[in-house]
Design a protein around this ligand. Structure first.
Ligand SMILES: Nc1ncnc2c1ncn2[C@@H]1O[C@H](COP(=O)(O)OP(=O)(O)OP(=O)(O)O)[C@@H](O)[C@H]1O
Ligand SMILES: [Mg+2]
Length: 252
């Protein structure tokens, strides 16, 4: 079976996309699935969180997407493979302007390696530009992290419209695999309210387990480790494991 391709998408910045990609990828690998994570963000946070120095990389996802080179995959970082990015990727949008069928470029890259994996997770940039659209076109599933704060649902309509447009125009089989409320802090009254608002979206998509706000997430990424490796006893580790298990059941 070719891999399921899950894109982690939200055009809002700092909602936890990269943290979800890294940690859910790690737990899926722990569940004995073969996992590739793809960094399609020129900020290259995922590449850095996984311990690589983006600027030191000769070849990245940019070479594969823009110049159709073989994808330069790094193998077995805590059990997970990575197709890394660096700032070169910021040129992709300009260089692909006017290129025919450019929305298919990431799908074409992943088709080459899809048989080697059970699941491919794509970490999107915080924008609705070509890189995010390419990811939605390549994907079989999308998961949407939403931050539980007062502006949680701002932009959600635009986000869902974008997903619907891609489904209608280019990828009719794309499924919303779930919404993940992130950075939940039960000491904040607004967090409770925004969680209720997010739960209203349950008719559109499954609401996956809630990721709590915890400073150890930032500490773990600074140490370039999955949370489970940084602090295996942290309560959020079980949440991440549960999300991976649900995705494995529903998506693979
Ligand atoms: N549950 C959490 N609790 C506390 N901090 C978190 C949590 N999840 C992520 N963070 C931290 O918040 C910051 C933003 O997270 P992350 O990079 O995953 O978001 P993002 O949506 O990928 O951002 P961008 O839109 O810039 O790509 C990071 O410093 C990360 O370590
Ligand atoms: Mg990110």
């Amino acid at each position: 079976m070719p891999a399921s391709i899950i894109t982690v998408f939200n055009q809002s910045g700092g909602v936890g996309k990269t943290t979800v990609s890294q940690n859910v990828g790690y737990h899926l690998a722990q569940l004995k699935t073969k996992v590739l994570v793809v960094d399609i963000d020129p900020q290259s946070s995922l590449t850095a969180f996984m311990g690589l120095e983006p600027m030191d990389l000769g070849k990245t996802v940019y070479n594969a997407v823009v110049h159709k080179e073989e994808p330069a995959i790094k193998h077995d970082i805590y059990g997970v493979d990575l197709l890394p990015a660096n700032i070169n990727l910021s040129r992709a949008e300009m260089e692909l302007a006017g290129v025919i069928m450019r929305d298919l470029r990431l799908k074409q890259v992943l088709d080459k390696v899809r048989n080697n994996y059970d699941v491919i997770l794509i970490d999107c940039p915080p924008s609705l530009g070509i890189l995010s659209i390419m990811s939605l076109v390549a994907a079989t599933h999308v998961i949407v992290p939403i931050q539980t704060e007062f502006k949680a649902l701002k932009g959600t309509e635009m986000l869902l419209n974008t997903i619907m447009e891609v489904i209608n125009a280019a990828n009719p089989d794309l499924k919303i695999a779930g919404i993940i409320p992130t950075m939940y802090d039960n000491r904040l009254s607004q967090a409770g309210k925004s969680l209720e608002a997010i739960q209203q979206l349950a008719q559109l998509a499954k609401i996956l387990p809630i990721i709590p706000r915890a400073t150890d997430f930032a500490n773990a990424s600074q140490d370039r480790l999955p949370l489970a490796v940084y602090n295996s006893k942290h309560p959020a580790v079980k949440v991440l494991h549960d999300i991976a298990q649900i995705l494995k059941g529903n998506v693979l």
